[in-house]
Ligand binder design. Structure first.
Ligand code: ZN
Ligand code: ZN
Length: 434
């Protein structure tokens, strides 16, 4: 049985770009290490969720980790909150922005969804002004946590709340702030909508008249006089990755959401020095850390965000540079330990031509000793589309990983009370005692 290192290059998949002579960034980049691994390994193409469906980074990851999005997806807020170290047992978490609104009749119009990218002390002070509010006659407590720049979380703590409420954020400037509405006819969703409405009305009064905002207006800066919650999310029971797939897992990641997903699934999370979640991240440090962790864990997930950041900036030459820097870091994997399966793929495509996630397939590479071979010579979309691992759904990624790490259980065998896909570890089994 092999150990596994799964490297996810965020937003890896791409399309031909005129600026790169109609090559994709993977084709245009000088990536001798990835090309060498492709020539010795086996390539394929995967649709992280389904053909044509653009994944979010959270849903793309969950699907690749073998979870059913219809059942196991709590919404993005919980993962982001966990990544920031915020735990929620009972209640609802929303992502939220400080924003600037103006009054037009009885409506509030969103003038700036980021309140001039307010940050630092101003944002911190305003957050504490509206945090700790007690709602619905004391049944619900609102906590507002500021994170980066204009962003934060609104947490409603209490019983009988639900994530089935609509976004208050209209996601467009010049549009009115939206009333939070229950999405299903149930008491919990209605209570949540009422609590949220009370929070919005009371926090608007506190923010509008706050001295920081008066000062900002004197300085011709947009006041942060409203918060726009979106993406309601509530804690759900998700089976731990280790129990689901028979691994002892660790994660090497820097971005809060990725750390949050890993924590929610029961990975031990590590962030080496210099790992930033940006194009300048310490990629080599991440690979070295992952190699060290393999002494204690048998599954290490490594996340690198820089590729996706370059794509969102619609900057194909930056994506090429990021890929080339990542390739240098992969030097340490060229000659991997005999018992290691290396898997490289992305959580979705982010074509630089459109600057957002798409439903395109994503190249994947399996590398290690004793694998089947194909005749690919380079790691890019074209070779991957003709690779020996074929085209498959991201939902099946973990089954292929079990297969290529020689951990798959033959279909039909039943050593455990639940359906398993992996050969159980000694500690999973219940011996007969006589
Ligand atoms: Zn992503
Ligand atoms: Zn993205």
């Amino acid at each position: 049985m092999k150990k596994v290192m799964l490297i996810i290059l965020d937003g890896l998949g791409d399309r031909p770009h005129p600026y790169l002579k109609h090559l994709t960034p993977l084709q245009a980049a000088e990536i001798p290490n990835m090309d060498y691994m492709a020539s010795k390994g086996i390539l394929g193409m995967q649709y992280p969720i389904a053909p044509g469906v653009p994944p979010g980074s959270d849903t793309g990851h969950l699907s690749l980790f073998g979870y059913d999005l219809e059942r196991d997806y709590p919404g993005r807020g919980i993962f982001e909150a966990l990544g920031e170290g915020i735990e929620l047992d009972e209640g609802v978490a929303f992502r939220a922005n400080f924003a600037t609104v103006s009054e037009r009749g009885e409506e509030l119009i969103v003038e700036d969804r980021r309140a001039g990218r307010i940050s630092g002390h101003d944002a911190e002070a305003l957050a504490s002004t509206i945090s700790g509010m007690s709602l619905l006659d004391g049944d619900v407590e609102a906590e507002f946590v500021h994170t980066l720049e204009h962003r934060g979380f609104l947490i409603l703590r209490g019983r009988q709340l639900s994530s089935q409420v609509t976004d208050v954020d209209p996601h467009e400037e010049g549009y009115p702030v939206l009333e939070p509405l229950p999405m299903v006819a149930d008491e919990r969703a209605e209570r949540t909508a009422r609590a949220l409405k009370e929070f919005l009305a009371r926090s608007y009064v506190l923010l509008r008249d706050h001295e920081i905002n008066r000062r900002r207006m004197n300085e011709d800066k947009p006041p942060a006089n409203f918060v726009l919650p979106r993406g309601a999310s509530e804690p759900i029971e998700i089976e731990r990755f280790g129990d689901r797939w028979g691994f002892k897992p660790a994660a090497v990641a820097a971005g809060p959401m990725y750390k949050g997903i890993a924590r929610a699934l029961g990975f031990e999370v590590y962030q080496p020095e210099g790992a930033t979640g940006l194009p300048d991240s310490n990629f080599r440090g991440k690979i070295k850390e992952a190699l060290n962790l393999l002494d204690y864990f048998d599954f290490v997930y490594v996340h690198m965000k820089g590729t996706d950041v370059a794509s969102h900036r619609m900057d194909p030459s930056l994506k090429v540079k990021v890929l080339e820097r990542i390739d240098l870091a992969l030097e340490d994997l060229i000659d991997p330990p005999e018992d290691l399966l290396v898997v490289i793929t992305g959580d979705h495509a982010t074509p630089c031509t459109i600057g957002k996630h798409s439903g395109d397939p994503v190249p994947v590479m399996f590398y290690g000793s004793g694998l089947p071979r194909d005749d690919s010579t380079n790691f890019h979309e074209l070779d991957a589309s003709m690779g020996g691992a074929g085209w498959f759904s991201g939902k099946d990624m973990m089954k292929l990983i079990l297969n290529y790490s020689n951990r798959s259980l033959e279909y039909g065998l039943r050593p455990l009370p639940k359906r398993t896909w992996y050969i159980p570890r000694r500690e999973d089994l219940t011996p007969l005692r006589i």
